[in-house]
Design a protein around this ligand. Structure first.
Ligand code: NAP
Length: 282
């Protein structure tokens, strides 16, 4: 797409942003679907957040993505928040509707889409989630809204995990619980889906579960860590012949949903494959 006098900006607000893969994803989609937008990253300090949000209106930007550390603090600067983003308490996508800034959270949705894309269903499934941070919160709330049977959160500390459990038990039919206990064979024998939302495995040689565990059921193993692509958890799952969902799939799907919010266009499977190839070759 040629950049001209009508080109609109869509930005990523975060700190740091220099390793973000979002510009490649979105500029590919803008080009493919002839959207006269350009995607740029803005490294924003916490004390500049309010001014940055004002700029979305001043510069008549189409919208923004928001990443760490601003996903929670940005909410107070927006005009409207979508229901799920409100329950999650974090926003990762903003749409500028003629000066009204609306906030959404596409992280949980992107994760759920990665599971559905593999042909799995969610109704009545038993889920174990490792970690209880921002990503766990969006994923757990989205899973609960899709009718999973239970969500068992395992985290090294209990405060954030208990908060998520309360939100789910007070708002959805799914039964949520949490503990600090490590995963063992019995837990996995009973579960349908295991999801790692801790950063363990990110650029390191560690695994969020004991790699000597041998599994003899068909638990689906999902790691939302996307760097490296083949984390230790994914390698453990492969060794046990278990089906896997990669972190890059969630990243692509949350981006594709943000693209839909800005443009009204649904990207297709070819786009996902193209973006995944771009990422793996990177
Ligand atoms: P976060 O809010 O900082 O939460 C991290 C969670 O993991 C916390 O519950 C923390 O426990 C736990 N944790 C951290 N280090 C640990 C360790 N060494 N041992 C055991 N538990 C540990 O982070 P987040 O935003 O949820 O992100 C988590 C990971 O997901 C990051 O690697 C991020 O890159 C990835 N992510 C991927 C996508 C995607 O699209 N694929 C999207 C979002 C995030 P405490 O509560 O005790 O501190």
């Amino acid at each position: 797409m040629e950049i001209n006098s009508m080109t609109k900006i869509i930005g990523l607000l975060g700190h740091p942003v220099k390793h973000s893969f979002s510009p490649q994803i979105h500029n590919y989609l803008f080009n493919k679907y002839k959207q006269n937008n350009v995607y740029c990253c803005f490294d924003i300090a916490e004390n500049k957040l309010e001014e940055s949000v004002e700029s979305i209106k001043t510069l008549d930007m189409t919208g923004c993505n928001v990443t760490i550390p601003h996903k929670v603090n940005i909410i107070k600067h927006l005009d409207e928040i979508d229901n799920n983003a409100d329950l999650i308490g974090a926003v990762n996508t903003i749409k500028n509707d003629n000066g009204i800034l609306r906030g959404f959270n596409t992280d949980g949705l992107g994760f759920v889409k990665s599971i559905l894309d593999k042909g799995y269903t969610l109704e009545n499934k038993k889920i174990i989630i490792l970690g209880a941070g921002g990503a766990c919160r969006s994923i757990a709330i989205e899973l609960a809204s899709r009718g999973v049977l239970s969500i068992d959160i395992r985290n090294r500390s209990t405060d954030k995990a208990s908060e998520i459990v309360n939100i789910i038990n007070n708002n959805f039919a799914s039964k949520a619980l949490c503990s600090t206990k490590s995963i063992d064979d019995d837990d996995l024998y009973d579960a349908d889906i295991l999801i790692n939302t801790t950063p363990i495995g990110m650029e390191s040689d560690t695994c969020p579960i004991d790699e000597s565990i041998v599994v003899n059921n068909r638990v689906l193993v999902c790691d939302i860590v996307y760097k490296p692509h083949n984390t230790h958890l994914i390698k453990w799952a492969n060794k046990n012949n278990l089906d896997v969902v990669y972190g890059i799939d969630m990243l692509i799907n949350q981006a594709i949903h943000a693209f839909y919010i800005w443009s009204g266009i649904s990207a297709n499977e070819d786009d996902k494959n193209h973006i995944r190839d771009l990422y793996i070759k990177k």
